[in-house]
Each structure stands twice: as structure tokens, then as C-alpha cells.
Design a protein around this ligand. Sequence first.
Ligand code: ADP
Ligand code: ASP
Ligand code: MG
Length: 422
Amino acid sequence: MHVFKFGGASVRDAAGIRNVGRIISQTIADGAELLVVVSAMGKTTNALEEVVVSHMAGRADEAQLRWQNVVIAHELIVAEFELSEALLAPVRETFATVATQLTTPAMQGYDEVYDQIVSMGEIISTQLLAAYLTHLGLPVQWTDARQLIRTDDTFREGRVDWTTTETQIQSLMATKPGLVLTQGFIGGTPTGGTTTLGREGSDYSAAIFAYCTQAQDVTIWKDVPGVLNADPRYFDETVLLPSLTYQDATELAYYGATVIHPKTIKPLQNKGIPLYVRSFVQPDQPGTMVGGPPVPNPTPSFIFKVNQLLISLHPTDFSFIAEDNLSLIFGLFAEAGVKINLMQNTALNFSVVVDSRPERIPDLLERLREHFRVTYNEALELITIRHYDQSTIDRVLVGKTMLLEQKSRITVQLVVRDEGGN
Ligand code: ADP
Ligand code: ASP
Ligand code: MG
């Protein structure tokens, strides 16, 4: 069996849905069994986050208005197809259910309500796509991922219970051969609540399904030709990387190459399942294969993370940065839920680079100040170059001032300030 994942960009309008329909039809015409994982359409998840904000603030009219905008965006797409009312019944029911839910104030906490509402983006996109594929005459079986991917109740960041998930997915697949369509990004708790797996988590969902079904491979269909050596939104001269090891892909994703969600690789690596990253615009092109052997002379790849904060900690009593200080520091970062992107220490100084997150950092700084003198620099960039060479370093440093550099054999990381000159 193959697993396909289509992200928000691939199904953002009627033309996109038709294109996805073509890719799926061609694949199953060859007799392949296929499990298709789909995200919310376009920017629906962002729009639903706004609905949650209004709803939780008790601004019922605003929540309803924002929700109706989401409904209208989908109805405009529906209007471009000739789908029967019977086929559209599930999606219309979802529209009505959420509208009703929004009329009563939320009883649960923010994150729990967030998951109930934001998950609807994926429910709607798959209901709509199922209607379209059925209309095309394809034997599609719409399946509810909330009953397949079991998580704990860490809302917005559900942690997968692999044993239960594997059992649930395997028993489903035994009864549903052929073409299965399900949602990315969402799961369910033991008590029937809905969870989400973290923003951009649909790639990860595809990997979970592949792991649990022992799929032959996974293909994530993107708006780029595959994994490139840099994000084409910020660089003109990028090159396609035809083959990557699991390790390279993990490192690139971990440091912020958003084309693959960082959690995607582990389940696939664990079962030796290859991942293909291909273009839904040019579906005949091979794209990138992840899971191959190392290639000779790999192309340098670079990743920019903006909005970085460099925090430097200095012991107040001139003591060394040693094990006792370090365990205190790591404890405080873990408690604050702040991930360290890079760290470096000298005898009397410990520097860390983190994402600038206004909801978490001020509290963390306050806690750190109880033990250390704290200085920091804001609005920095973290540049990671894998398989670096000097000319790539020189290229990325144009117009930047470097504050910190860390090199290993394969990776260099540079913390820089953009001087605004280019
Ligand atoms: P999805 O539609 O599946 O959510 P994403 O938008 O999350 O897709 O991922 C595709 C985007 O990832 C591309 O449009 C591109 O801007 C970005 N990207 C970042 N780094 C890279 C890279 N190294 N190679 C290709 N694309 C990249
Ligand atoms: N729809 C979700 C998001 O936008 C999940 C995904 O697209 O991967 O974060
Ligand atoms: Mg995405």
C-alpha cells in the first residue's frame, strides 16, 4: 500500500481539488492500494484559530461571523463542482454543527476548545474531497482519523499512543481495502475528545499511517519540486536534492526546513519506509527520495530561522558554568517549554538561542534572573548550513553581522544580525 499526503496548498481551490483527483485516479488506475491523508484547505487552519480566539473571548457574534467566512470560502469551492445534495450532506452537517456549537459559551479550557474547532478544517476538506472523488466514480472510503490515531489529552500537541493507534489502524485496514481517505493533523483521546498534533502536523500523520500499515512508501505532495537546498521563498537560486538520507532530512527539518514536519522521519526510518517529496504541479517528476544511502559530495543546504533570541547567562558569583549550573538551566528551559535551538558555553558564560515567543520568554527570563545575570539580543537569525563549504558561508553572511558560530564536521550554525543592507 502507498500513503499519499496532500497539504493545504494542494487543495486550496477547485483547480487544486481537480488536480488531486487526477493524481489519485491515475494511481489507483494502476491497481495500487492507497491511503490518502489530507490537510485543511489553504489557510483554513489560521482562519479557524481566529474563530477560537473570538469564541473563547465570549465574542459570540464575531466568532459566528468568522466561522461563516470559513463556510463561505468552502461553499465557493463547492459551487465550482456539480455535486449532488446527497454527496454534500456530510459537509453541510459539519457546517451546521459547528455553527450551533458556537452559540453556547465554551465549557472546556482554551486548548481543548481549540482542538474541537480547528480540527474541523480537516474534517471539511476530506468530506468535500470524498464527495468529489465519489462524483468521479472512485470507490473512496472516508475515514475518521480521530478514531484511528489515539493520543493522550495534551491538546494542541497530542502525543501518540502507538500501540492503540497501530491496533486501530490495522483493524480498519483489514475491512477497508482500496482507496481510503482520511485527515491529517488530528487524533482522538481515550474518552473520545479530539486532539491536534501540532501545527503543520499532517506530514506526521501520513508517517503514522504508513508506520502502522507497513506501507510501501509515503509521498507528500508539495508546491515545490521536492526538497531544495534552501527555501525558494527566500532564495532564487535553489537546487533540487534528488536523494537524502533519513538523517539529513531529520536534521534539515529539525533546524527549520518547513517542507517536511520534523516528526515525520522517525516512524518511517524505524520501519525503513521511503518518503518521496514531490510536486503536485508536476506530478510526473520524481522529486526527492528520503531514505536512500548517503550521496557523494552532497550539496550544501541552508536553513534560515528568523526571530531568534540569543540569551547569555553569567553566574553572579564568578562560579564556572558546570554540571550543577547546567542542570538548573536545562530544568528552567524545560519547565518553561522553550526549545533550545543552539547552545554554547565558556567558563563564565552560557549562551542559548531560542525562538522569540512572547508568551513564554518573559517568564523564563524572570526565572533565569533569580540565578544568573542575564543579557540578551533580539531579532536575530539562525542560519544552519548542512554539508557546508566556505563559499556557502560567505554567501549567506552578505549584509549580516555574526554574533556566534558553531561548527561540527557536517553542520555549521551562525547566529547573525541582518544589517538591512540587502
Ligand atoms: P503543505 O502544503 O504540505 O502544508 P508546506 O507549505 O508546509 O506544505 O511546505 C512547502 C513549503 O516549504 C514550500 O512552499 C517552501 O516555501 C517551503 N520550504 C522551506 N524549506 C524548503 C526546502 N528546503 N525545500 C523546499 N521547500 C521548502
Ligand atoms: N492544517 C494544519 C495546519 O495548517 C495541519 C497541516 O496543514 O499540516 O497546521
Ligand atoms: Mg503545511
